[in-house]
Ligand binder design. Structure first.
Ligand SMILES: Nc1ncnc2c1ncn2[C@@H]1O[C@H](COP(=O)(O)OP(=O)(O)OP(=O)(O)O)[C@@H](O)[C@H]1O
Ligand SMILES: [Mg+2]
Length: 316
């Protein structure tokens, strides 16, 4: 089939409920061979549920998913041979050493011992944990455990790597190393599917980003265009000791949108720095004192609202 050559993951109408909770409400998307596809969404959006279905851990209530043209429900074993998974809560054994963990992972895929040992050492070096290879993971930091996790998922050279929030809660050095490795693996031809809360991470790493919220895809787009949406949802919130005249904000070219929240004003802007300076000068002219003033970064929730207001947008 023509599309199979282009897209390596195909998802159509996937739905999953847990009791009364609708985790996935009929999502459809595809991932192209060779790309880094980011799945961005807040807590409970359905990211992990999607990964667990795509990696054959749980079955959907409805819909289809295929990996490299193989139906994940009809032929799960074959599909699983082509993927590596770094789950949300890790996949490692703390009583084993770093090297033993990687070797154990390779044995699940039926790799020969001598190939596997060579590969394990290669991965340990690449992940900068070779010196600690014979220490049990119990003694490793979170970032180092995550490196072993990723190394174990790569041992059989998978076509697709699934990573569920790979850098969440890690120190900056481990984050940087892991992002670098994700980029490197991708340049060597592995397709990457990763979930994240982090807009910046999605921007830096991904060629396309799907935004999921409450079990629905709000948008699939390029990071540049999503970034624009996020930038437009930056804001400044402030309040004064006396009621401020709305004329202070209205009609100002720096203010894209204005919300009143109790005694606070929320001013959406592309340029928070300029707006704060403007507000300070006007407030002092009018004898107003700030009781609060805060620059709020782009919020995922605001961006979702914007993206969903215009209906679904898809860029292929
Ligand atoms: N095994 C389960 N039993 C009951 N409810 C579940 C189960 N797994 C997921 N859910 C619910 O389904 C929804 C989606 O959860 P999911 O773990 O997919 O979200 P997520 O996007 O990965 O969130 P996070 O960013 O917090 O990891 C949530 O409301 C969650 O509580
Ligand atoms: Mg999750």
């Amino acid at each position: 089939m023509n599309t199979a050559a282009e897209s390596i993951i195909e998802v159509k109408g996937l739905a999953k409920r847990f009791g009364k909770v609708i985790a996935l409400d009929g999502i459809s998307f595809s991932v192209k061979r060779g790309e880094i596809f980011g799945f961005l969404g807040p807590n409970g959006a359905g990211k992990t549920t999607t990964i667990r279905i795509l990696t054959g851990i749980i079955v959907p209530d409805a819909g289809d998913a295929s990996i490299a043209g193989i139906d994940i429900q009809r032929d799960p074993l074959n599909a699983k041979m082509r993927i590596g998974v770094i789950p949300e809560l890790g996949n490692i054994y703390v009583d084993l050493t770093a090297r033993e963990n990687i070797i154990l992972a390779g044995r699940f895929y039926g790799m020969f011992r001598h190939v596997l040992e060579k590969k394990a050492d290669e991965l340990l070096k690449r992940f900068e944990i070779y010196e600690r290879r014979n220490d049990p993971l119990r003694s490793f930091s979170k970032g180092m455990k995550q490196r072993v996790n990723i190394a174990s998922a790569l041992v059989h050279d998978p076509e697709i790597l699934f990573l569920d929030e790979p850098t969440s809660g890690l120190d900056v050095q481990s984050q940087r190393l892991i992002k670098g490795i994700i980029g490197e693996i991708n340049r060597k031809g592995t397709t990457i599917f990763l979930t994240t809360h982090n807009i910046e991470e999605a921007n830096v790493l991904c060629q396309r980003v799907g935004i999921i919220n409450k079990g629905r895809i709000a948008s699939i787009d390029t990071p540049e265009s999503l970034k624009r949406t996020f930038e437009e949802t930056r804001s400044v919130t402030c309040s004064f000791d006396m009621p401020a005249d709305i004329a202070l904000f209205e009609g100002n070219s720096l203010v894209n949108r204005l919300d009143r929240m109790g005694d606070k004003w929320r001013l959406y802007t592309d340029n928070p720095d300029e707006l704060v300076k403007y507000l300070a000068s006007r407030a002092s002219e009018q004898g107003l004192s700030f009781t609060s003033l805060e620059i709020c970064g782009a919020s995922l929730e605001d961006a979702f609202l914007r993206l969903t207001q215009g209906g679904e947008r898809h860029v292929s």
